[in-house]
Structure formats: structure tokens, C-alpha cells
Design a binder for this molecule. Sequence first.
Ligand SMILES: NC(=O)c1ccc[n+]([C@@H]2O[C@H](COP(=O)([O-])OP(=O)(O)OC[C@H]3O[C@@H](n4cnc5c(N)ncnc54)[C@H](O)[C@@H]3O)[C@@H](O)[C@H]2O)c1
Length: 338
Amino acid sequence: MNILLTGGTGYIGSHVAAALISTGHEVVCFDNLANSDAVVIDRLEAITGTAIPLVVGDIRDGDALRHALTEHGVEAVIHFAGLKAVGESVAQPIKYYDNNVRGTLSLVEAMADCGVKTLVFSSSATVYGEPRYLPLDESHPTSATNPYGRTKLMIEEMLTDIAAADPDWRIATLRYFNPVGAHDSGLIGENPNGIPNNLMPFISRVAAGRLAELSVFGNDYDTPDGTGVRDYIHIVDLADGHVAALDTIVKIEPALSTWNLGTGQGYSVLDMVEAFERVNSVRVPYRVAPRRDGDVASCYASPERAARELGWTAQRDLEAMCASSWSFERTLAMRNSD
Ligand SMILES: NC(=O)c1ccc[n+]([C@@H]2O[C@H](COP(=O)([O-])OP(=O)(O)OC[C@H]3O[C@@H](n4cnc5c(N)ncnc54)[C@H](O)[C@@H]3O)[C@@H](O)[C@H]2O)c1
């Protein structure tokens, strides 16, 4: 298929682009470069040996989307474009509703206009709110504790209504747990601007000496070592889950399906620090900081529905996650010293 990836030069989008191309699909990236760099396209072309068109545009620009969809003969869209920093969403909710909700509305309008009705959407485990039971399955009640999470919930509800009104749509809502790690090539990975919000790039930068120490937000949670427990999933496994979801929705009946993409295994912050130090023979100094608002003690997936319906399960272990993150960090350091 010809697939348009909104947010295609971002962390997850770039890995999904590589996975799609390796399974015979063609991709077009559509990104406003608000949180990524066009150089990612060069790296993807080096990885895949394939030319990849990049449309620099904003998903709130319907004309630009319609033009890209028709010019490239697009048959399906994977929608990654969005803002994702929880703290920023609390401080600037209008920016988040505008970019994420209005942007998605603009995208589905353009898709409907162009007769493209196959869509995979990047949702998040954040839509489960405070877990009432673990592991989290797709039937767990949804709620939001911050504007970022609310944008994901609103978009899920919008897509549910669209699928109910027109059964020609084929929509997958993928609820990601905690993607970490990098592509085996070391050429693409997670490289956020400023102080990372996510644990793994924070750990990598401390290990590399780019940041002095890791802040561990809270060590008095009701978990085995007191630090937060999350379901970390290797980015390459997450990317393969997208290929499986896309291949599945075009063959099945329901207009909308929802799958968790996680491993089902929880690791604490201190588990991650210990594993990173052991696997990469580095030191990651840390200090305990106060809990962050909205963080939950434990959050991990039931990956059973995805295994059953997509034939997909995560393959890569914690060691592979830590090794690939470090390998990407070292490639970055080499590039910066050029
Ligand atoms: N990384 C995670 O931990 C995680 C977890 C759950 C869900 N998600 C969701 O997955 C998606 C991708 O996340 P990511 O980690 O790759 O983030 P990212 O910031 O690396 O990628 C998002 C991309 O979207 C682009 N973008 C943002 N707004 C845009 C707009 N209006 N028009 C065009 N492009 C725009 C950015 O420039 C960036 O390249 C997001 O929707 C995010 O909410 C991410």
C-alpha cells in the first residue's frame, strides 16, 4: 500500500516507516518538523535504500493534506502527528486541543474528501487513567488526568463516531505503552529537545554525561522498590505492531478496532537504571525527586488481544532496549563531535 505517515519524521513514525518499507509498503512522510528534523529522511533512506517523499506541512492545513493524499495516491494513513508533553499540555491546553484535536479533525475531513478511509491512530495507555486493575486490557474504563490524555480520549471518541456513521472506514486505535530503544542501525531513535520527559532518553543522556543525574520522581509508590512501574516496549516491536494492525484492519469487518501495544511486563525506574548500567557498562547517577502530578504507581498492558487478533507479540527484551538506546546515544555523540 501507499501510506501517508503524519508525524513521519518523529520518533515512532520514523521507525514505522522503516518497518513498512521492509515489508513492501511505500510511505510518504507529512510533518511540520515542530519536533523533528528533515535529516531523519536521509537516515531512513540510508536504512531502507528507498527514496522517501517528505511533505513539510501541518495537519491543520486541509488543502496541504488533500494535495498530499491525491498527489501520492495514498491508500491509508498512520497518524502520529501530535504534541505529547503532559506538563506542557497542563500549562498550554489550547495549544494541545488545537494541534491534536483540531489537527485530527482536519485530517479525517481531508481523508473523507479524498476517499481514503483506512487509518491507524497513535493513542496511548494514558487513556486508562488511574488503573482500577492490572494488567490493563482494552475493556478497562477510560478517563483522562490531563489535557494531553483528554486529547487522545476525544480523538478516540471522534473516531468511534465516524466509524459508526460510515462502515467503509477501517480504523485501528493503538494504545501504546512506553516505547523505548532505537533502530538496530543506530541511525534513528528518540532525541527530544531540552530535558527529556521520558525515562530512557534521560538515562542515556546521564550515562553520556550530557546531564548530571537522573531525577527519579517518587520512591514511595506501592511497588516492589517504591519507584513507578511501566510497560517498556522496544520501538522496533512497536513499529511491527503497526504493520500487523494495518494488514489486519483491511481484512476484518469492524470499522474500528482498538489494541494495546505493550509487552505485559512491568519494570520499575530502578530496574531500568540497573539494566542500563549492566548492559552498557556505564554509570547512571540518580537522585530521588518528588512525585510528579498525575503519575500512577504501576501501569502495564494485557497484550493478549493484539496477540490473538493481530498475531503480534513483542519479541525484544529489556537488554535489547537498553543496548539500542545506548548505541543511538553514542551515534548522536559521534555526529555532534564531527
Ligand atoms: N513516545 C511515547 O512515549 C508515546 C506514547 C504514547 C503515545 N504516543 C503518541 O504517538 C505519536 C508519536 O509520538 P512520538 O513519540 O513519535 O513523538 P514525536 O514528537 O517524536 O513525533 C511527532 C511528530 O509529529 C509532528 N507534528 C506535531 N504536530 C504536527 C502538526 N500539527 N502537523 C504536522 N506534524 C506535526 C512533529 O514534528 C513530530 O515529528 C504522538 O501522537 C504521541 O502522542 C507517544
